[in-house]
Design a protein around this ligand. Structure first.
Ligand SMILES: Nc1ncnc2c1ncn2[C@@H]1O[C@H](COP(=O)(O)OP(=O)(O)OP(=O)(O)O)[C@@H](O)[C@H]1O
Ligand SMILES: [Mg+2]
Length: 281
């Protein structure tokens, strides 16, 4: 096929991907990611749970036609997950590359999810690869020098520090991600558009109420009046249980209220009262 033909096919494919995409880019994150990508600057996305961080990154990789390698950090993540570890096969010792090295070699997109949940010593190893030289020495594999292939790109996410299990990122690592995108809960009318993408029935008024309730709870959680802040996952789930035929009050109870019972009856009653004032008994 001619170059022109290829270009047309590529454009057609991108239009199909975008048309099918669920992601609503309400705060122009793609534009920022695009510019950062062109400039070869790594990106940090900061936002509370369930605000679309992972979905945004996945969709960006698709748009760019890049393979995405992902790792979700936790206290159990080890250096070997990133760098690799020795293997023993039929008596001979080899080395299996970890996700960081793999993505550097491939020149793919690397997604470091919840990077501030990891232990500091694991993060130290990232510093080396992410600095301007984009290379790492594998002392574990006889000192092999790995240089990143052109086009290698890294995006990481962190949850705000109030989130359980999160730690402050060491400043030198923070500086490896000079482009920072904030992804917070969207405005109510945008959240409605997002939720509607996942919901079949037309429950416009009830969805508006559910989103308003979620925002009331988020605001209370932000000033520490409540222990928990519902995410977009909950507002989407609320829409889905309405789809299944449940009444709005009961849907609000099971999706939004009951979870607070784990912090005791007082906490639960606070939320129950809010729901009664919005949805009736
Ligand atoms: N802008 C958006 N457009 C379409 N769907 C969205 C958008 N934002 C969030 N969602 C949906 O909300 C849900 C949660 O999103 P996602 O898992 O990407 O959040 P997250 O920020 O990565 O959460 P966590 O911090 O818990 O990992 C998903 O079903 C996602 O598709
Ligand atoms: Mg995520």
């Amino acid at each position: 096929m001619s170059n022109l033909g290829n270009l047309k096919l590529w454009k057609l494919l991108s239009i199909i991907v975008l048309a099918e995409s669920l992601y609503i880019d309400w705060n122009n994150s793609f534009e920022v990611l695009d510019k950062a990508y062109e400039a070869g600057l790594f990106v940090l996305i900061i936002g509370p749970k369930g605000t679309g961080k992972t979905t945004l990154v996945r969709e960006f990789a698709t748009r760019k036609g890049k393979k995405l390698e992902s790792i979700n950090f936790s206290l159990r993540t080890r250096e070997s997950h990133l760098v690799g570890s020795k293997t023993l096969e039929s008596g001979s010792v080899g080395f299996e590359h970890g996700i960081l090295v793999k993505s550097m070699k491939e020149g793919s997109m690397l997604y470091l999810d919840e990077i501030n949940s990891a232990e500091a010593d694991v993060l130290l190893r990232l510093d080396e690869a992410l600095d301007d030289r984009r290379q790492i020495v594998l002392k574990e594999a006889g000192g092999e020098l790995v240089e990143a292939t052109k086009g290698w790109f890294v995006i990481s996410t962190i949850n705000p520090l109030s989130h359980v299990g999160t730690k402050e990122l060491p400043p030198q690592l923070l500086s490896r991600f000079p482009v920072r995108v904030r992804l917070d809960y969207p405005p109510e009318e945008i959240e409605l558009q997002i939720v509607k993408k996942y919901v079949r029935g037309s429950h416009e008024n009830e969805l508006v109420q559910g989103i308003r309730l979620a925002n009331t709870l988020r605001q209370a959680a932000a000033v520490e009046e409540l222990y928990y802040s519902p995410s977009l996952r909950e507002t989407i789930a609320f829409g889905k249980v309405l789809d299944s035929g449940m009444k709005p009050r009961q849907a609000a109870d099971i999706v939004f209220a009951n979870v607070y019972a784990q912090w005791g009856n007082v906490e639960y009653q606070k939320v129950n009262d809010i729901i009664t004032s919005m949805f009736g008994n």
